[in-house]
Structure formats: structure tokens, C-alpha cells
Design a binder for this molecule. Structure first.
Ligand SMILES: C[S@@+](CC[C@H](N)C(=O)[O-])C[C@H]1O[C@@H](n2cnc3c(N)ncnc32)[C@H](O)[C@@H]1O
Length: 163
């Protein structure tokens, strides 16, 4: 299966996004200390503009470009402070596509695993190829001194054994 199509036709916001809403809150907390008005963000694998939604909820006037190959990108978020650009392409396609700007911040929330799987190789090779592509994307599209924020779904601040 082409992994980039896994979420095609899925009401992502009302299904997966609800399950990982605790992680989205954590990402929001991290972002609030790292980005400010006027920032330009590239959200890799943002589904239905989840990065834009999180930043908009904080009232930050940023520009967010969503790089998302599946049809979830057609679920365009209703935003107040964020300017939103959607590009229906994969990370690999984005490597050969001119981005609308150099980013102050690259965001990748809960999408690293899916993107790596798209390489359709063994698990080590998938990871190697993923990091190679991510490194190329960062070199091309992140301003010097820019930030990269990655969210993983199995991370939670309040794991039971940490309480
Ligand atoms: C679990 S969802 C996370 C969506 C969103 N970032 C969030 O936090 O809710 C993973 C996303 O990665 C996207 N994706 C899969 N393969 C991709 C690729 N090769 N390049 C970019 N995004 C990809 C999927 O379509 C899906 O929207």
C-alpha cells in the first residue's frame, strides 16, 4: 500500500487527531515558546492542517505551509490568525519543489513513521532514506539557526510511571 494514501478519505480531525490530542497539546506548549508573530513554518505531513490549527489556537500570526500528500489536505482549517498554504505533495516531491519561503521552523508531528514507510524498503533502509531526505529538506528550506520540532505519538509528559 502506498502509505501516503493511508489517510485518504478519512475524517482525520474527528478520529486520529482526537486520539493524539494530548500530544497536540504538548506540541502547542513547545511551539508557544519557540515561534512568534511573523514566523514562517513548514509542516511536513500536517494532515488537515493540524500544525496550522495548533498555532492558530495560540493566536500567533504566522504563515503555515502544509506538505501533505493525502486527500485530508482538502479539509481546510478555519483560521483566524494563521495564513495557510496547502501543498498536496509528499516529502520526496517537496525536495524538488520550490517552497513559498525559507522557514523559521519545520514541524513534523506524528508523521515521521508514515513518511519513512513510504520508501517501501526494509526498516533500516527506510529510516536511512527518511533521514537523508529530511536532511536535504532542512538544508534547502530552513533558515540558518531555524528550528525543527518533531512530535511523536507515543510520547506523553505524564506517563503513568513518571507521575
Ligand atoms: C498520523 S498523521 C499526522 C497528521 C498531523 N501531523 C497531526 O499531528 O495530526 C501522519 C500524516 O503523514 C502524512 N504522510 C504520509 N506519508 C507522507 C509523505 N511521504 N510525505 C508527507 N506526509 C506524509 C499522512 O498522509 C498523514 O497525514
Amino acid at each position: 500500500m502506498d502509505n501516503s494514501r493511508k489517510f485518504n478519505g478519512v475524517d482525520y480531525k474527528n478520529t486520529f487527531a482526537q486520539r493524539i490530542s494530548a500530544m497536540h497539546k504538548l506540541v502547542g506548549q513547545v511551539l508557544s515558546a519557540q515561534i512568534c508573530n511573523g514566523d514562517h513554518i513548514l509542516d511536513i505531513g500536517g494532515g488537515p492542517g493540524m500544525g496550522a490549527r495548533i498555532i492558530d489556537e495560540m493566536g500567533i500570526k504566522a504563515t503555515v505551509t502544509n506538505i501533505e500528500p493525502s486527500t485530508t489536505i482538502n479539509d481546510v482549517p478555519d483560521l483566524l490568525s494563521v495564513e495557510y498554504i496547502s501543498l498536496q505533495i509528499s516529502l520526496k516531491e517537496a525536495l524538488d519543489t520550490r517552497m513559498p519561503y525559507s522557514a523559521d521552523c519545520i514541524l513534523m508531528v506524528s508523521s515521521a513513521h508514515e513518511i519513512a514507510l513510504c520508501n517501501n524498503l526494509g526498516s533500516m533502509e527506510n529510516k536511512k532514506m527518511f533521514f537523508h531526505d529530511l536532511d536535504s529538506f532542512i538544508r534547502k528550506n530552513l533558515v540558518p539557526g531555524g528550528k525543527m520540532i518533531i512530535g511523536f505519538p507515543n510520547y506523553s509528559k505524564m506517563r503513568p510511571w513518571q507521575r
